[in-house]
Write a protein that binds this ligand. Structure first.
Ligand code: COA
Ligand code: MG
Length: 295
């Protein structure tokens, strides 16, 4: 089953039906209805019911329907979130504060049982692991390879800073090791990599775009969002431009003709090109295709 494109993933509190409906009408790649930290403890049950009925009633168009559970380590809270929402068949679950492979495997096992019980395709409901604690970063390798239904790793800078006693800054150097480690492990295990949300909802859009571009340059394939205003800008950053696509195609064509003539390395627009640049051009075309652009 091919993994769906996730350039922008818009969060909203699961108990806010109005925000769910607003997001569903936006054409965002993924919608994450939250049961964790965006929902007050005394509203968890209302949020579970609201998500269940939204999954049944709202037309989400082309948007993927995801639910964020409470951390697996909290036991009953997480299990109750799952039990209350699975019958409505979300496309996937987002697991926060993942620290061990077992956190992923536990929900994987619940899903396998549910898929058998409902007669759904096995492995069809996806999982995304949010890595946002020091222990999660240290255990990235086992987390990234925990289960075949795991489709993406996401980085959470705010929780990580809280966990580590670090101070969040605009430049984000305090989280740089983790941000690099998440994308590197995702790529090593064939997963999507999703960058941390940009929480300054009132900031100038250029700051959001710069942060998203840095993530894209690092190899991230998408970014978590918390406000509708962020969605278009972020989706654009993770969609190759016509000029970039044209350049990639010309580079690959040049490479092919040089290969046919028996040359492995050549210059293109004044710079040396060999296999790594060809692979980068191919991966840009892959991103374009995933975004529905014919290349
Ligand atoms: N999804 C869908 N719609 C949203 C939204 C979201 N995440 N955030 C805001 N909106 C809607 C508002 O309902 C409002 O709609 P309206 O114009 O039809 O009334 C419109 O967008 C403008 O919202 P605004 O007034 O700028 O924001 P706010 O002050 O109402 O809310 C937040 C600010 C941060 C509380 C809100 O953006 C939010 O809930 N974000 C998600 C938080 C979350 O899920 N956190 C957990 C994961 S990190
Ligand atoms: Mg969090």
């Amino acid at each position: 089953m091919p993994t769906t494109i996730r350039r922008a993933l818009l969060f909203m509190p699961g108990d806010d039906r109005k925000k769910i409906e607003k997001a569903a009408a936006m054409g965002v790649d993924s919608i994450i209805m939250d049961l964790e930290d965006g929902v007050a403890l005394n509203h968890k049950q209302a949020a579970r019911e609201s998500i269940h009925s939204a999954l049944r009633e709202v037309d989400f168009g082309r948007s993927e329907r995801l639910v964020r559970l409470n951390p697996v380590s909290l036991g009953a809270l997480c299990r109750t979130d799952f039990e209350a929402t699975i019958a409505a068949h979300p496309d996937g679950y987002v697991l926060p504060k993942v620290e061990r492979a077992e956190d992923v495997r536990e929900v994987d096992a619940w899903l396998t049982t549910a898929e058998r019980a409902y007669g759904w395709p096995l492995g069809g409901v996806g999982l995304i692991a949010l890595v946002e604690t020091a222990l999660g970063v240290v255990n990235l390798r086992e987390i990234a390879s925990a289960a075949p239904r795991l489709q993406a790793l996401a980085f959470g800078a705010e929780d990580l800073a809280g966990d580590m006693g670090a101070v969040r800054t605009q430049e984000g150097w305090e989280g740089f090791y983790a941000r690099s480690a998440v994308v590197t492990h995702a790529k090593a295990f064939g997963l999507q990599a999703l960058d941390t949300p940009f929480i300054d909802v009132k900031a100038d859009e250029t700051l959001l775009v710069a942060e998203a571009e840095r993530a894209m340059q690092m190899g991230y394939t998408g970014k978590l969002c918390i406000h509708p205003r962020q969605v278009n800008a972020v989706q654009q950053v993770f969609t190759p431009t016509a000029a970039q696509i044209d350049r990639a195609r010309r580079l690959i064509a040049e490479h092919d003709s040089h290969q046919a003539a028996g040359t492995g390395v050549f210059t293109f627009e004044g710079k040396m090109v060999d296999m790594p640049m060809v692979r980068a051009a191919q991966s840009l075309l892959d991103r374009a295709r995933a975004a529905g652009i014919r290349v």
